[in-house]
Every structure is written in C-alpha cells, then in structure tokens.
Design a protein around this ligand. Structure first.
Ligand SMILES: [Zn+2]
Length: 402
C-alpha cells in the first residue's frame, strides 16, 4: 500500500482523469473519486454512481457560487466537519435536461457550472448535483476533500470546480484504507493523500514576505539585516546582506539555525565555525548574503528533540540513529524559504558556501544557478565523530581542518 507519486496523479488530473484522494485517518478516513468538472463525461459520472456509490457533489470556489447565485443550505451545525453545502442544481430545461438525475444530465450540469458565461437562469434549484464550497485558502485553511478538489483544479489549470464522490463498499459501509488501495488498483486510478497535496502547496507557493530591515554592524563588518516571515508556518528568517562590491558574483550562505552552536558556542557541531567563516568571507568579498533559517534546530526536529538526541548520542548512537530512535526523520529541513528570499533580492547566480548537496539541489531545482564553495570545518575532540558521520552517512563533502 503506497500512495501514488503526486506528480503522476497531477498529470492524470490535468488530463481530466479521475483520481482517488484520501483524508487523514484522524479525520473522516474516507476516499473520494475526484475529477475536474470541465472534463465531465456521462461515463465518469456513471463510474462515481455505480462504483463510488457516495453522494455526487461538485466542489466549487465561492466566486462560482456567487456568479450562479447559489446560497448555502441552512445549517444546524451538526455536521462534524462543517461541509459547506449550497443549493443543489440541475441544468435548466433549455439545455435539454429532463429529470436531471441521469449520468448524462448530471455531467451536463457539471460542465455548465464551469462555463464562465453561465448565469443563474441556466440552472434549476433544487436539483440533483450538490455544490460544496471550498474555503478561500483551500487546504491551507481546511483539510477537507472539498478544498483538495478545488486546489487540484487550480494546480493543474482547470476551472476551479471538480466532481467529487465518496467511495462506499458494496455492503453500504464506507471503504477504508486497505479497501481504497485495492479499489485504486482494480480501476487503475492514482491514489493520493490530502497531506501530499497540502505539502505540495506549501513547498511550491511563496508565503514568505519581507517584514523589516535595518543596518547591523557586527564584529565581522557592517551588514544590512532583513527579516522575512513565512505567513503559513509563522517562521521568521534573517538575511544579512553585504553589497559594497555589487559587480562581483555574490557569495551565499544558507545557514540552519543552531542555538547551541551559534549562540552558546557548543563544540558538538561546527555550526558557529561555519557561520563566522561565512560572515567573514562575505564581508571580505563585498557582495553576498547570509540567510539564517529558523525552524531548523536539530536538522528540523526542534530544540527539545535535538537535546534528547544529544542524550542518545552520549549513549553511543550517531547523530542520524539518534533522530530515528526518537521516531523522527534523519533530516527534516527544507530550504524553499531561502529560495524565495534569494529571488526577492534577485540573486540568481552565485557561489554557495555549503557541504550539503540538499541545499545545492534545492536552489538548482528552483532555476537558480550556483557553484559550491567550501569553508573548512574545525575538528575538535567533541565534534569529530559528528563530522565524520555527516561525511560517511549523509555524504556531506566536508573539508576537515585538524
Ligand atoms: Zn549546530
């Protein structure tokens, strides 16, 4: 049982094909068949009715509901997950509908919803297709199938409306995880989780905004400090800029927060050493930026967990085994916010101070051009094993300075 790679599922969806989307085990724990409403066919609707067996809804955005003058159904707020049902509809008789319920007619109604020229007079209320309206920010606001559907349409360039139908078993009970995977396999459909779609949005959309800046004299030279905030994760990051030699190719350091090393001068890692050497290098070079990413303590597992991992290392585990023993990933960092910050300053071609190929790969993947430049890491009796494990296990290319 493995979810489909999201890119593969997006490709199918873009093509107008149905995919299965499951929500969290802690939520409804259901799987829905979803496809773009502008690609509706009687066959796809019939597949939902005969194999999905749930209620066939059309997930739309609020502006579509407003354009078609659809109103929210009166709610007594007993729906556990507050699904926003609006007036059910059929295409008007002038479009050739009779009862509105056949697969052919529901498909017609769905396609008409996606016609930007359609107006309220093109529909009959109440009808047999049930509009559910997504929250404005989609999955960033509510992790439901409605939001996932509209988000999928926006990501793949379809009109923001999708047919959505829960999957029920033949005996009338809801189909759960294992059954859903078999169902997907049987019908050759991609199956993804809401979490995958949410992660994709967090990673590909820029939520980083510039909030303030000022001069910052330091013992390594005078810099301009800028603060950025990721409005989704609420994490603040810092950029230190030096631009006294603007004609030189900039040097960039993307530094992961490490309070024990950077602030308390811990010898368990080489973070402070790398930070200070980077600042000196940028100062001497006269053109560069140091990006200090918060939220990266302990390779992204947080400060409490990092210290717990240190305790495990005292018992003999290496830095990666310790994270795993705590049930946490070896490395939970992503560098996407740094990319948005570099783009903010139009820094697109630079030398990157790092020994970590993940950082280089992130900037290259985002269309920036970078060459690696390295600073030596000072070896002490405290950090020797840590550095060697990073070289041998995580394949970091560290130049040791004895
Ligand atoms: Zn450190």
């Amino acid at each position: 049982m493995k979810f489909t790679d999201l890119q593969e599922a997006l490709k199918a969806f873009k093509n107008g094909d149905p995919i299965i989307v499951v929500d969290a085990l802690s939520r409804e724990n259901e799987g829905d068949i979803i496809f773009p409403a502008d690609s509706s066919t009687p066959e796809k609707i019939n597949f939902c009715a005969s194999k999905g067996r749930g209620l066939i809804c059309i997930a739309i955005d609020l502006s579509t509901a407003e354009r078609l003058d659809l109103k929210p159904l009166r709610s007594n707020q007993q729906d556990l997950f507050h699904t926003a049902f609006f007036d059910p509809i059929d295409a008007a008789v002038k479009h050739g509908t009779t009862t509105g319920i056949s697969a052919h007619e529901r498909s017609l109604t769905a396609k008409l919803v996606t016609d930007k020229n359609a107006t309220p007079t093109d529909f009959i209320k109440p009808g047999h297709l049930f509009p559910v309206v997504a929250k404005k920010q989609g999955l960033l606001e509510r992790e439901g199938h409605t939001e996932a559907s509209v988000d999928l349409c926006k990501i793949t360039g379809h009109y923001p409306a999708a047919i959505i139908c829960e999957i029920m078993q033949e005996d009338g009970t809801m189909m759960r995880r294992e059954g859903l995977f078999s169902f997907a396999k049987e019908h050759g459909l991609p199956i993804v989780s809401i979490q995958q779609i949410l992660d994709y949005r967090i990673l590909t959309e820029n939520h980083v905004v510039h909030s303030s800046s000022a001069q910052l004299p330091t013992q390594f030279g005078n810099f301009t400090v800028h603060v950025f905030k990721n409005n989704f994760t609420q994490t603040e990051h810092i950029a230190l800029i030096k631009d006294s030699n603007p004609n030189k190719k900039p040097i960039v350091r993307i530094h992961s927060e490490c309070i024990t090393g950077d602030v308390l001068s811990s010898l368990r890692c080489d973070c402070r050493d790398q930070l200070e050497k980077s600042m000196k290098l940028i100062q001497e070079h006269g053109n560069g930026i140091l990006i200090y990413l918060k939220g990266h303590e302990g390779r992204g597992i947080g400060l409490s967990n990092k210290i717990a991992a240190y305790a495990l290392q005292e018992e003999g585990l290496n830095t990666f085994e310790a994270n795993e023993k705590l049930g946490l990933p070896r490395d939970n960092r992503n560098y996407q916010d740094a990319v948005w910050m570099l783009k903010y300053f139009n820094i697109e071609d630079f030398d990157l101070i790092t020994n970590n190929s993940d950082k280089l790969n992130t900037v290259l993947k985002n269309g920036l051009s970078a060459n690696i430049t390295q600073v030596n890491s000072q070896v002490t009796s405290y950090n020797e094993r840590y550095l060697k494990d990073k070289i041998n296990i995580a394949k970091h290319k560290i130049i040791l300075e004895q």
